[in-house]
Design a protein around this ligand. Structure first.
Ligand SMILES: Cc1cc2nc3c(=O)[nH]c(=O)nc-3n(C[C@H](O)[C@H](O)[C@H](O)COP(=O)(O)OP(=O)(O)OC[C@H]3O[C@@H](n4cnc5c(N)ncnc54)[C@H](O)[C@@H]3O)c2cc1C
Length: 314
C-alpha cells in the first residue's frame, strides 16, 4: 500500500502531458490547492509540453522550434511530475506501470482516479508502402526531419539535369486535410516558395504542392464557412487540392491514389491513419473508433474513477 493511501489521500494519476493532461492537472491543482488530501501525479514521456498546432510552423521554420515547447514542471507547480513511458494499466488493481527511459526501472503507480490523456497514434498498416515511404507530422522529430528532407529535395533539384526526376523532387504531396494536413501543406507551400529565391534555377512554377482529402470538403473539424475560406486560400496560393481522393499506397518515388493515379514524388506527408494509443488498445473500454466513450463530465461510461480527455475521449 502506498504512503498516500495509508495517509487516506485520494490519488489522481494523469497520463499524458499534452493539452488534455496539462489542462486537467492545472484545473485540479486550482480546485484542490488547499486540500492536502488530494495527491495529483502527471506522467509524460517528455518533460516538455509541445504546442502541437504550431508543429507545421516549426517544420517550415516560420517559428523557432524551441518556441513551441514549454517545460511541463513549470506549467504545473505543486503537481508530482514523472518523465516516464507508460507501459500499461491494470484496471482491476487500479495500477499504472511506467518506466524511466533512462534507467529502464519500472514503477507501479496506484490510483483512485485515473485520467487518460495519452493522445492517439498513427497506424498506416492498411496502406501498402505508406509507413515506409510516407512522413508523419506528429512529433518534433517529424517536423525537423521533414524540413531537412524538403531542403535536400531543393538542393538535389537545383543540380538535376533530367526534367522527370527534377519534377519528382519538386512535387510535395500531403495526404489528409484535417488541421494537421492543412497546416502542413500551407507551411510547406510557403517554405518552398520563400527559399526558392535562393536557387536561381527554381521559380514558383517549378513546384507542385498537392493536398489529398477523402471527403467533399477539407477541415471537417470546422464549420463550412471557414473550411471553404481555407480551401480558396490554399488554391489561391497555388496548392492543388484534390477532394474525394485518398492515398492508397506509396513507393519510394510515387504516391499512389485511390483513383489509381500515380504521382511521381519523393515527399509524401501522411496525416491520416489515426489509431488508438497502444497503452489503451488492450484494455476493455467502451469505444468509438480510436476514442473512449465518456459522459458530459469526461467520466468513462460505466467505469467509476476512470476519466478520458483530449484525443482519448469521445
Ligand atoms: C500538426 C498538427 C496540427 C494541429 N493543429 C490543430 C489546430 O490548429 N487546432 C486544433 O484544435 N487541433 C489541432 N491539432 C490536433 C491537436 O493537436 C490534438 O487534438 C491535441 O494535441 C490532442 O491533445 P491530447 O492532450 O489529447 O493529446 P496529445 O497532444 O497527443 O498529448 C499526448 C501526450 O501523451 C504522451 N504520451 C503518449 N503515449 C505515452 C506513453 N505511453 N507514455 C508516456 N507518455 C505518452 C505524448 O508524448 C504527449 O505528450 C493538430 C494536430 C497536429 C498533429
Amino acid at each position: 500500500m502506498s504512503a498516500a493511501h495509508l495517509a487516506n489521500k485520494q490519488r489522481v494519476v494523469i497520463l499524458g502531458g499534452g493539452f488534455g493532461g496539462v489542462a486537467t492537472a492545472q484545473r485540479l491543482r486550482h480546485h484542490f490547492k488547499r486540500d492536502a488530501s488530494v495527491e495529483i501525479t502527471l506522467v509524460n514521456r517528455e518533460n516538455f509540453f509541445m504546442f502541437v498546432p504550431l508543429l507545421a510552423s516549426a517544420a517550415s521554420g516560420s517559428i523557432e522550434t524551441l518556441h513551441i515547447l514549454n517545460p511541463i514542471r513549470r506549467m504545473i507547480p505543486g503537481i508530482h511530475f514523472r518523465a516516464e513511458e507508460v507501459l500499461g494499466i491494470d484496471l482491476n488493481r487500479r495500477m499504472v506501470v511506467s518506466t524511466s527511459p533512462v534507467t529502464g526501472r519500472e514503477a507501479l503507480l496506484p490510483y483512485d482516479h485515473l485520467v487518460l490523456g495519452l493522445g492517439n497514434t498513427i497506424n498506416l498498416g492498411a496502406l501498402p508502402g505508406v509507413s515506409q515511404h510516407g512522413k508523419t507530422m506528429k512529433s518534433l522529430g517529424d517536423a525537423l526531419h521533414l524540413r531537412n528532407h524538403v531542403i535536400s529535395m531543393l538542393e538535389a533539384a537545383d543540380v538535376e539535369t533530367d526534367p522527370r526526376i527534377r519534377q519528382e523532387l519538386l512535387t510535395l504531396v500531403v495526404a489528409g486535410a484535417g488541421y494537421s494536413g492543412v497546416e502542413t501543406v500551407g507551411e510547406l507551400n510557403d517554405l518552398v516558395h520563400a527559399i526558392a529565391r535562393n536557387y536561381p534555377s527554381l521559380t514558383r512554377e517549378s513546384f507542385k504542392v498537392i493536398l489529398l482529402h477523402s471527403r467533399e470538403r477539407i477541415l471537417p473539424e470546422m464549420g463550412p464557412g471557414l473550411a471553404e475560406f481555407a480551401l480558396k486560400e490554399l488554391r489561391r496560393r497555388g496548392v492543388e487540392v484534390r477532394l474525394k481522393t485518398r492515398i492508397a499506397a506509396a513507393t519510394p518515388h510515387e504516391a499512389i491514389l485511390s483513383t489509381g493515379e500515380r504521382i511521381p514524388t519523393r515527399t509524401l506527408v501522411v496525416t491520416v491513419g489515426s489509431a488508438v494509443n497502444p497503452v489503451l488498445a488492450p484494455l476493455s473500454l467502451p469505444r468509438e473508433k480510436d476514442r473512449v466513450l465518456t459522459d458530459a463530465f469526461m467520466s468513462v461510461l460505466g467505469m467509476p474513477g476512470l476519466w478520458a480527455v483530449g484525443d482519448n475521449a469521445a
